[in-house]
Design a binder for this molecule. Structure first.
Ligand code: SF4
Ligand code: SF4
Ligand code: SF4
Ligand code: FES
Ligand code: FES
Length: 677
């Protein structure tokens, strides 16, 4: 045994154990093969030490939380003693006393760490009184639901939101027995700067934070004989869904997922990797144009809707730098609604597009006004990997024993470049593979760009395209993105392309995937699975996808053409909140104005089109030269969300101010007041 190992030696339940770089005793005990219960310890977050589940007895020191004690040479530790068992049991009973225990109907049932531990510890009776008051459930957020009655105050969500996503949406509010975890000032989750990443749900050990389910909508669609229901499967889903059925993280089960979806009743199954190839065609062309014109650099990727929302809130001045490309999910949606309907002669009203995503933010993305056509969403339903797992189980499908089936054509033809989108660095690598060949016209001999790979929060690389040096930064986690932007704004860093993914490790660590926060190897293996799929596929470059080439030939002309822009690109809007102030949309002095209209741009109103309404209204005011008579301003929630979008005209609340009603409302409240013809 080496000198280092002798020094790094302690005793667990009388047996020698060695440690190297473990951050605490808990990790050392787990490495020795003993599972210690925890609620508030997550390897990727700071240590909180509040739940007392991980207590151990240390000789000479008594009972201590093992997550909060660093390993030291010679420590004599006992994991399960009379005292530690008692401390854990009392702590657990106290948590259960404050907890709504309707497990049978809970979204998290069978997947809940509190339920699991209660079973393991054999608790049949809770000796402490039950909390009387039932707190309201908050389902105002398009992606997640908060049930404070099921919260055990472990603080995991608070630290995840703050430390990884740089967001401070959730915090401990009130004191003592009144303590809850909620947005500040008791606001709803739909009325705060949440980016819908869902990472808080991915660490919540109970049913207090869960993903908003669209399972019932999906069943209704597949059971409706009038509907043609197509599914698109995102790259990261294939290497994670199998975990719920005994496959190892990283095992590619795409064929089984296709077969399961067919058995459930989906008509056609396609792959979002195909749309990722379209994204690369459009984004690479956009990048090369910007590079040639020396404008709007660095180019920020725009595939991750949580990042886009973060930029809209936090860095509106950078929005012109974001690629205007829609995300692959939305590119697929608009192509499917436009062309599948033509190719197969389907009435667009009868085509339902369902996405299977690793992501909760995609639920909110699909509802954005920019991605609707005549009020109908391009992507109708977004199911997370977890939701599809539940549908497969509900349908009674023996997932591990069914025969795999192939994806359908035309959008089931994929390349390795599209598949690696699921891991942090994948988008950049796919851009490099295509940019090299687009710029030089020569084949890229070695397609792997290994410097872009790995799950580090920050990576950088410089690619040499025949003398043209392209500097790329890759970040995952919005706190990391924030740190990078601050460095760029201070002039300390310069890049040409910046890839941002909100979730740790990219979409493989999306909140819609089976839980991976307890074991850091899970995300690593999923990532490896995607790169393995890339190697196994015959095509590795997006521009070589024959079906993508066909689509351009038949319908889209060329990347960044007018028609491609109409279908595959979008725009962004600042959503910065100015605390205590409203944002004025028409100029002039209030004293001289005769009318004042406040348009709510809170989340509910925004989702239902308040920005578009406001634009319509401002245009009419300008067309009628009323700017100096009518003041229009954006404001925040009127607490009338149920009847949103809401506006106020000279103090009178007007509900249901949808974009289509801008003319009617202008006539009723403005034209009549100023006697316009
Ligand atoms: S969804 Fe993301 S941004 Fe919103 S509260 Fe959860 S962790 Fe924070
Ligand atoms: S909501 Fe969930 S993660 Fe957050 S403190 Fe409560 S139990 Fe913990
Ligand atoms: S990283 Fe992927 S899974 Fe996470 S929010 Fe962004 S798109 Fe969704
Ligand atoms: S896991 Fe150690 S105190 Fe909660
Ligand atoms: S967001 Fe509540 S009224 Fe607008």
């Amino acid at each position: 045994m080496t000198e280092t190992l002798v020094k790094n030696k302690l005793y667990i339940d009388g047996r020698e154990a060695t440690y190297t770089d473990e951050r605490n005793l808990l990790e050392v005990i787990r490495k020795a093969g003993i599972e210690v219960p925890t609620f508030c310890y997550r390897p990727d977050l700071t240590i909180y030490g509040g739940c007392r589940m991980c207590v151990v007895e240390i000789e000479g020191r008594g009972v201590q939380a093992s997550c909060s004690v660093p390993p030291e040479p010679g420590l004599k530790v006992r994991v399960n003693t009379e005292k530690t068992r008692r401390v854990r049991k009392v702590a657990l009973e106290l948590l259960l006393a404050n907890h709504n225990r309707e497990c049978t109907t809970c979204e998290k049932s069978n997947n809940c760490e509190l339920q699991e531990l209660t079973q393991k510890m054999g608790i049949r009776d809770v000796r402490f009184g039950k909390r009387e008051i039932e707190l309201p459930i908050d389902d105002s957020n398009p992606s997640i639901v908060r049930d404070p009655n099921k919260c055990i105050l472990c603080g995991d969500c608070v630290r995840m939101c703050k430390e990884v996503q740089g967001q401070n949406v959730l915090d401990f509010v009130n004191r003592g027995s009144e303590t809850v975890v909620s947005p500040a000032y008791g606001k709803n989750m739909g009325d705060v700067d949440c980016v819908y990443c869902g990472q808080c749900t991915s660490v919540c050990p109970t049913g207090a934070l869960t993903i908003k389910s669209e399972i019932d909508n999906a069943w209704a669609a597949v059971l409706n004989q009038q509907k043609v229901v197509v599914a698109q499967i995102a790259p990261a889903v294939r290497v994670a869904l199998g975990e719920a059925f005994g496959f190892k993280p990283g095992e590619n089960t795409i064929g089984l997922i296709v077969a399961a979806l067919k058995k459930i009743g989906f008509n056609q199954i396609f792959d979002t990797s195909f749309a990722a190839d379209m994204t690369i065609m459009e984004e690479t062309t956009e990048f090369i144009t910007r590079l040639q014109n020396k404008e709007k650099l660095p180019l920020f990727t725009s595939c991750c809707p949580a990042w886009v929302r973060f930029a809209e809130f936090r860095y509106p001045q950078l929005l012109k730098h974001l690629s205007t490309c829609k995300s692959p999910q939305q590119m697929f949606g608009s192509i499917a609604k436009k062309y599948l309907t033509k190719e197969y002669n389907i009435d667009p009203e009868n085509l339902t597009v369902v996405s299977i995503m690793p992501c909760t933010a995609k639920k909110a993305e699909a509802q954005r006004n920019e991605f609707k056509n005549n009020g109908i969403q391009d992507v109708d339903i977004v199911l997370t990997t977890q939701e599809l797992i539940r549908m497969i189980k509900e349908a009674g499908i023996d997932f591990s024993n069914i025969e795999p089936e192939p994806l359908d054509t035309p959008f089931g033809i994929l390349t390795g470049a599209g598949v690696i989108f699921g891991s942090s660095g994948g988008v950049s690598e796919a851009v490099v593979r295509t940019a090299y060949e687009m710029v030089t016209g020569k084949p890229l001999e070695k397609f792997a760009v290994t410097e872009a790979r790995g799950l580090d929060k920050f990576k950088e690389l410089t690619v040499d395209i025949e003398g043209l040096k392209v500097k790329i930064a890759i970040v995952n986690g919005l706190q990391e993105a924030n740190d990078l932007i601050e460095r760029i704004e201070k002039g300390e860093a310069h890049y040409d392309i910046i890839e941002v993914m909100a979730c740790p490790g990219g979409c493989i660590g999306g909140a819609g995937q089976p839980q991976s926060c307890k074991d850091t190897s899970i995300k690593k293996n999923r990532s490896k699975g995607l790169y393995k799929a890339d190697v196994e596929l015959p095509i590795h470059k997006s521009h070589e996808n024959p079906q993508v080439q066909n689509l351009y030939k038949k319908w889209l002309e060329s990347p960044n053409s007018k028609i491609a822009h109409e279908l595959l690109h979008t725009h962004y809007k600042s959503k910065r909140r100015i605390s205590g102030e409203n944002i004025e949309l028409t100029s002039g002095d209030i004293e001289e104005k005769k009318s004042e209209i406040a348009v709510c741009v809170g989340t509910c109103c925004y989702i239902k089109g308040s920005y578009d309404f406001m634009e319509g209204l401002v245009k009419r005011i300008k067309d009628n030269n009323l700017e100096d008579k009518v003041k229009v301003k954006a404001t925040f929630c009127f607490e009338n969300c149920g009847k949103s979008p809401t506006i106020s005209v000279d103090g009178e609340l007007v509900s249901n101010a949808v974009p289509e009603k801008a003319g009617e409302i202008f006539e009723k409240y403005i034209a009549s007041k100023f006697n316009l013809e």
